[in-house]
Ligand binder design. Sequence first.
Ligand SMILES: Cc1cc2nc3c(=O)[nH]c(=O)nc-3n(C[C@H](O)[C@H](O)[C@H](O)COP(=O)(O)OP(=O)(O)OC[C@H]3O[C@@H](n4cnc5c(N)ncnc54)[C@H](O)[C@@H]3O)c2cc1C
Length: 431
Amino acid sequence: MSRTFCSSVITKPTETTPSSPVEQSPSASASEHAVANVVEGNLKSRTWDDHRLTADQLQFRSLASDFAENELLPFAAQWDEQKHFPVEVFRKAAKLGFGGIFCGHDVGGSSLTRADGAVIFEALAYADVSTTAYLTIHNMCASLIERFGTEEQRQEFLPELTSMELLSSYCLTEPNSGSDAASLQTTAKRKEGSTDYVLNGEKAFISGGGVSDVYLVMARTGEPGPKGISCFLVEKDTKGLSFGRQEDKLGWRSQPTSSVILEDVKVPERNLIGKEGEGFTIAMSALDGGRINIATCSVGGAQFCVDAAQGYVSSRKQFGKAIIDFQNTQFKLADMLTSVQASRFMVANAATALDSKSPWASASAAMAKRFATDECYLVANDALQLHGGYGYLKDYAVERYVRDLRVHTILEGTNEIMRVVMARHMIKSQI
Ligand SMILES: Cc1cc2nc3c(=O)[nH]c(=O)nc-3n(C[C@H](O)[C@H](O)[C@H](O)COP(=O)(O)OP(=O)(O)OC[C@H]3O[C@@H](n4cnc5c(N)ncnc54)[C@H](O)[C@@H]3O)c2cc1C
């Protein structure tokens, strides 16, 4: 069935001047140029999945691939090196509809499905995992407001979030509450004689922290445990909100991460998302989509690594022949691609489960996240190995992919916690 989608998604960007990634790359070496050329070819001609994608999805992928090739790939290495957060590029992405993929047209969103989103995020992550991963978090926040916000909240915040004039962050983790998220200690207490809440506490590891304009903060309004948690929208300029130092990270360097500190932060009742006590359910529900998004970033990054490794071993000669002519290398590449494709199917299955509101959706998202992020990290590591010593150098892009993919097994719930989610579901359903 053909759907109507945001016209901005199918309108090609007029402000973008397509040019070779090689020409635009500020710091690319000759070897990186070679990789960029291989990648350029593959971005345009990937056919592995065509048979299962809808006509609309093929169009979204083409649009996202063009954007990735022109706006992300040429600059990704420099952003990583300089820890540059490319806010202007996000706004260009938003012009294509990528800032509010799961939000309604009436607030500037693209009103697409999770399965559509996976196709878009994979194509973008192929060029730059870290930058795309922040885009997925922003989309998770926007879709949280879309789903759980009041009509007033939707109309007040979403138009500027979908255009990415405003950026957003998701604040669940605390210094003493990571995997055991329901034990969070940030408090939100009603101000005496007022309908306002006063928030106190600290959130740790917040992606976009210090730069984002809107913070979705889970805080305790009631009893210990998940039922006492509520979700608040806190605006950046609110008195009492401050940020820790920017964390220096192994990967995900094109996006900031910091703690978010709340000291007597007054939040009006109208910024409570959902009802009091619903915050944990809202946070976990948002993470179902977030886990699919992160898994899809792993798939995109790993596909790049397969293509880059194939390109490299095709031209690199040892013992008088190209390394790809050794059967061991061919088997390795075949296994790598199999892992990527299996991960892609798991993600697509989880996205469809979420779209169809299947009772298996949360468990499927956890399963896909666990599998895809583990497998795709190993694929990136294998790609580095196939580059030999050169893979360890920043001249070649694979080392950045290894660093960026590593954190996907940790955040949005560690892969151990994904197993906890799945096991609980299995026991409950007596599978
Ligand atoms: C770069 C980065 C960005 C992030 N962005 C965000 C963000 O935007 N918003 C946000 O809210 N959070 C964010 N996080 C936080 C992330 O979600 C947490 O780091 C993660 O949930 C794990 O929590 P923890 O680090 O406290 O580890 P811990 O919970 O202390 O876990 C340590 C180890 O123990 C294991 N473990 C814990 N409990 C169990 C158990 N029951 N069974 C078996 N093993 C267990 C874990 O799997 C892990 O291996 C980010 C983290 C990073 C690194």
